[in-house]
Design a protein around this ligand. Structure first.
Ligand code: ATP
Length: 327
């Protein structure tokens, strides 16, 4: 691999708060090492279409606190084809780009691995997704902000739940992973937490709600992951509980895309800054096919293949903590 003189950066897949802080970090680290930096708009789609912009240290002024991504993001079907990836490679060569930093989730990393296998093009991944479902890092960029957003929303729902003596089902994001539900559920003091990783069963839900009534609680909050395993969506769950526990008045709140937006938390900004620095330094050092992540509060690397294939598991001890808290 020759000397790295120009690095491109993109955001890909779903957006996450803190992606701008990661872009800023990559751009400024490039400037620090006198390496040119190019931004690619709309992820792999912009790579296929050569939608590039030169970025200097000053191009990323005043973005550290902004949600979303200034480079936009997209899901690209063209990049899934050999023809699309050939075009992408030609565009990189034409613009004398030597290496790529991909900020995104496991799909984005899969695209990077495929591309590296075909063209031996240097790539480093930075985990950016609110779901926290990536192996090799305790935290993905955006997860902490999404958690805080969810907790803040559930706190507000608690006010109305307790004023009306109601039961609220609150759906949070997480089709395959219960990180947001579990941690926001404990953080917001939920009665029950339903996550994809653990099927506690509907009987247990009814039992738990009956128990909390007997214990003198007049309102309850159940946090539900999008991908929970009860076989019922959040509205069906509310109906089911009302049918089986007639003295309950159940309401549903789906938090939805608000969890993706907003100003990144300090934690996410610091994480993004640290990972961006490491990503550029690895490339300059001639390394490739790695993801940078946080382990034991230190920046560590994992091979992109491992990051894609490995399973980031939830801390089941938190379910026990939640159980004890709902006595
Ligand atoms: P999120 O976790 O937020 O969904 P993600 O990075 O997993 O983010 P995806 O939509 O799965 O998001 O992937 C982003 C892009 O990566 C896809 O639109 C596609 O362009 C590219 N990609 C994913 N898998 C492949 C693949 N097998 N081959 C080539 N490109 C791929």
């Amino acid at each position: 691999m020759g000397k790295i003189k120009k690095i491109a950066v993109m955001t890909s897949g779903g957006d996450a708060p803190g992606m701008n802080a990661a872009i800023r970090s990559v751009v400024r680290t490039c400037a620090y090492y006198s390496t040119e930096c190019v931004g690619i708009y709309r992820g792999y789609q912009g790579l296929v279409e050569a939608d590039f912009i030169n970025l200097t240290a000053r191009s990323v002024n005043n973005i550290i606190h902004k949600g979303g991504t200034i480079l936009k993001t997209a899901r690209s079907t063209a990049f899934r084809t050999e023809e699309g990836r050939k075009k992408a490679y030609e565009n990189l060569k034409e613009n004398e780009i030597d290496a790529l930093v991909v900020i995104g989730g496991d799909g984005s990393f899969t695209g990077g691995v495929v591309f590296n296998q075909e063209y031996n093009f240097p790539i480093i991944g930075i985990p950016g997704t609110i779901d926290n479902d990536i192996y090799g890092t305790t935290h993905t960029i955006g997860y902490d902000t999404a958690l805080n957003t969810a907790v803040e929303a559930i706190d507000k729902i608690r006010d109305t739940a307790s004023s009306h003596n109601r039961l609220f089902f609150v759906e949070v994001m997480g089709r395959d992973a219960g990180f947001i539900a579990l941690n926001a559920g404990v953080g917001a003091g939920a009665e029950e937490i339903l996550i994809p990783e653990e099927d506690l069963g509907l009987d247990r839900l009814l039992e738990s709600l009956k128990k909390s009534r007997r214990a003198g609680k007049s309102s309850s909050i159940v946090v539900v992951s999008e991908g929970d395993k009860t076989g019922k969506n959040v509205f069906e769950l509310a109906d089911y509980v009302e049918e089986n526990l007639p003295n309950y008045e159940a309401r549903v709140s789906v938090l939805g895309h608000m969890q993706r937006g907003g100003s990144p938390s300090c934690f996410d900004r610091v994480l993004a800054s640290r990972l961006g620095v490491k990503a550029v330094e690895l490339l300059i050092d001639g390394q490739t096919n790695l993801m940078v992540g946080l382990q034991n509060n230190e920046v560590q690397t994992t091979s992109l293949e491992k990051a894609i294939k490995g399973q980031h598991t939830i801390d089941k001890e938190l379910l026990r903590v939640s159980d004890i808290m709902t006595i």
